[in-house]
Design a protein around this ligand. Structure first.
Ligand code: ZN
Ligand code: ZN
Length: 177
């Protein structure tokens, strides 16, 4: 996976993993591969632990009270997970940036990818564009990559569910004649 300037793939992968946590190292590896990540070695239970810890930290970023708080938490994750950026053209690919040291295990690679991808997403598209679905009992996390930046629901299903609910609430308030 190459980080595009807006970190979209990385932040979406973080949301997918946080919303449905991988239960085994093998599942983690499969889902990373499906997202376009090239794995240098097999995933281990240590990788899974590292990723769960990174996702715990990442959910705090999602749930931050305000932008300043959010920035502080992102900076903390960057400091823990990422290294200085460097140019690489490994495996015959095009030149691109890595924000991590070479030869790191999958868990560390993912933590760096999530931290940097989230930082790029927030500064590129807007600090508010990471949230949970507005349907309270859903709580699914999503990165808002819409043009307007006003996405409130994780899916059309939740948007419709809430519209129906608001309609019913209005009907209940207005007297039936
Ligand atoms: Zn690379
Ligand atoms: Zn939802």
């Amino acid at each position: 996976m190459q980080l595009n300037p807006y970190g979209q793939d990385a932040v979406n992968l973080a949301a997918a993993l946080a919303n449905r946590r991988p239960e085994t190292a093998a599942e983690l590896a499969d889902r990373c591969r499906a997202a376009g990540l090239v794995l240098e070695s097999a995933a281990t239970p240590d990788d899974l632990d590292r990723v769960q810890a990174a996702l715990d930290a990442w959910e705090k970023i999602v749930d931050a009270a305000d932008e300043r708080d959010r920035a502080e938490l992102v900076n903390r994750m960057l400091a823990e997970a990422a290294a200085y950026p460097r140019l690489t053209d490994h495996d015959g690919g095009p030149w691109h940036l890595h924000y991590r040291d070479d030869g790191r295990p999958l868990g560390s690679v993912l933590a760096a990818l999530i931290a940097v991808g989230t930082a790029l997403h927030l500064v590129g598209r807007g600090m508010h564009r990471l949230r949970r679905c507005a349907v309270a009992e859903c709580a699914t996390i999503f990165a808002d990559t819409t043009r307007t930046g006003r996405q409130r629901y994780c899916s059309h299903r939740c948007a419709n569910r809430d519209a129906v609910r608001r309609h019913r609430a209005r009907s209940a308030r207005s007297p039936v004649s």
